[in-house]
Write a protein that binds this ligand. Structure first.
Ligand SMILES: [Zn+2]
Length: 518
């Protein structure tokens, strides 16, 4: 089986071809890159008695243990565990490699030395995001950046972009994947792109000036910030008739938020806007996107690149790999990464529609897709102990309720202790910026009903704010990412938060939802 032919046709492979391609590439990758040069995996495979040939089909992946962020975090005595996962060939090992000796004989030593440096020497670094754990550095080599270049080009194709589109990259400027993946997307696709750095760098005003000047066809960024930006644009009477795509990343994008963004785009004079989601994370060095659905049809799901990585969906409790279409936790294995490399990486992200190998109903690509809503496990885990009237709270669910609520623009959920007393009960305060035409008491009543009917809890208070105050509360233009959920419970070793949760130990910690793309 010719894997380079299969790679070339990654968009239209059948499920058996995908299995063959991925298993063959995984063996090749283990043999050539991971096992010779990854300290962690060399030891692990030795201990388990595994070799590259132990993986004949994808089902054999089950023989390899999962890894999660906790395995990379510092522990006493081992402050730099992440370094154990960096592909780092020793010069002696390379000089003994048959492949390298052959290449040097054919192409000359100087050229091979240059190629090896491009392949293996780290040249860039992104940090992991997510609040459940400290950020970790993930190293990339030029080989990784070349893969980001080609994957970001694929993402543009999937989103139905055109090279003559102008793009506003409004992701926060940071050493995070989302910003840089988008930067590379513009370059690889040959589309004029302005990277504003989001609200913190240029403010809402600066981004609005760019919209006026650039008249972009594509705006890409974090949904909450894009919402603020378009809302302000409408208030200021800005027109942006060219707008064709709003591409979202960095946090979940609910149907309600997408609907509001379409409405705002229409007020800017844009008639035919598709709101598309992306999903990616630093550890994958990749992001995947949706293709534009026909009007009023559900999202397509995230189109994967089967030649660049393997996605598995597992039961988070048992670790069992689930069949297509089953909801579960997303696990990622790269097939061509250098720099920092983790295999069978548990993302902590849950997808409610699972993985599908059915052709996309809209673009007909047969690449596998992740379908449905993605939510962070930590939304439930971290706040499991935050009892509100004795009820466990799933903040993923609260976000959906609020995003889908009519007359609600932006919102923030604030956790407090009654009277700021650590011994007191927890309080949930909902801050809302509503449609100015809607009646406060009615919106309040409707929100309380929605909460009560779906969660058995209601906020202790619902407070209404104008746009400016809401921007201040969410930290638009101040925080790297807008704060949708904040924990203002006082720090105390006696409080449940202080005792059990990562959020609590850091005091007034932002726990706004984020999906590690940014
Ligand atoms: Zn599609």
């Amino acid at each position: 089986m010719n894997t380079s032919r299969l790679r070339k046709h990654w968009q239209k492979l059948s499920p058996p071809e995908i299995d063959t391609l991925q298993a063959a590439q995984f063996r090749h990758y283990l043999r050539q890159v991971v096992l010779p040069f990854s300290p962690h995996y060399r030891r692990l495979f030795g201990r388990l008695g595994l070799t590259a040939d132990s993986f004949r089909t994808l089902a054999d992946l089950d023989r390899l243990p999962f890894i999660s962020k906790a395995d990379l975090l510092p522990v006493p005595g081992e402050p730099d565990r992440f370094k154990d996962f960096i592909i780092s060939p020793k010069p002696e090992a390379l000089s003994r490699s048959f492949n390298v000796i052959l290449r040097a004989a054919l192409h000359g030593q100087a050229r091979v030395a240059r190629e090896l440096a491009d392949e293996f020497r780290p040249v860039s670094l992104f940090f992991t995001t997510g609040r459940a754990a400290e950020p970790l550095p993930f190293l990339n080599t030029n080989h990784d950046l070349a893969n980001i270049h080609s994957a970001s080009r694929r993402l543009m194709e999937i989103c139905g972009a055109r090279p003559d589109y102008r793009m506003l990259n409004a992701f926060p400027f940071a050493p995070h994947l989302a910003f840089w993946f988008t930067y590379y997307a513009g370059i690889s696709y040959g589309a004029l792109t302005v990277s504003s750095g989001g609200g913190k760098v240029m403010g809402t005003e600066g981004n609005l000036r760019l919209i006026r000047k650039l008249k972009p066809e594509v705006i890409i960024g974090v949904p909450t910030f894009i919402y603020h930006l378009l809302h302000q644009a409408v208030q200021d009477g800005v027109r942006c008739e060219n707008l064709k795509r709003l591409v979202l990343g960095g946090e979940k994008s609910s149907d309600g938020m997408r609907r509001k963004l379409v409405e705002l785009s229409q007020e800017l004079g844009a008639r035919d806007v598709s709101v598309l989601g992306t999903y990616g994370f630093t550890e994958a060095k990749l992001a995947w996107g949706e293709c534009p659905p026909p009007l009023d049809q559900p999202a397509s799901g995230y189109h994967l690149y089967p030649d660049l990585g393997i996605i598995e969906i597992i039961d988070p409790q048992t670790g069992r790999v689930l069949p297509p279409g089953q909801p579960g936790e997303i696990v990622f294995t790269p097939l061509d990464a250098r720099g920092s490399v983790v295999l069978r990486y548990r993302t902590g992200d849950y997808i409610d529609g699972g993985l599908t190998y059915e052709p996309c109903p809209y673009c007909k690509r047969t690449a596998p897709r992740l379908v449905g809503n993605i939510s962070r496990a930590s939304e439930i885990r971290e706040l499991n102990l935050a009892k509100l009237k004795g009820t466990l709270v799933d903040f993923n669910q609260l976000e959906h309720i609020l995003d889908d609520a009519p007359h609600v623009g932006t919102w923030q959920l604030e956790l407090r202790k009654a009277h700021d007393d650590p011994m007191e009960l927890d309080e949930l305060i909902l801050h809302v910026q509503k449609d100015p035409a809607a009646d406060e008491r009615q919106v309040s009543r409707e929100l309380a009903d929605r909460f009560h009917s779906r969660t058995e809890i209601t906020p202790n208070r619902i407070l209404f704010h104008d746009d400016a105050e809401m921007r201040r509360l969410q930290g638009v233009g101040v925080q790297l990412k807008e704060q949708k959920i904040v924990d203002h419970r006082p720090r105390s070793d006696d409080s449940p938060a202080g005792r059990h949760t990562a959020a609590g130990t850091r005091g007034a910690t932002v726990i706004a939802h984020e999906m590690h793309t940014s």
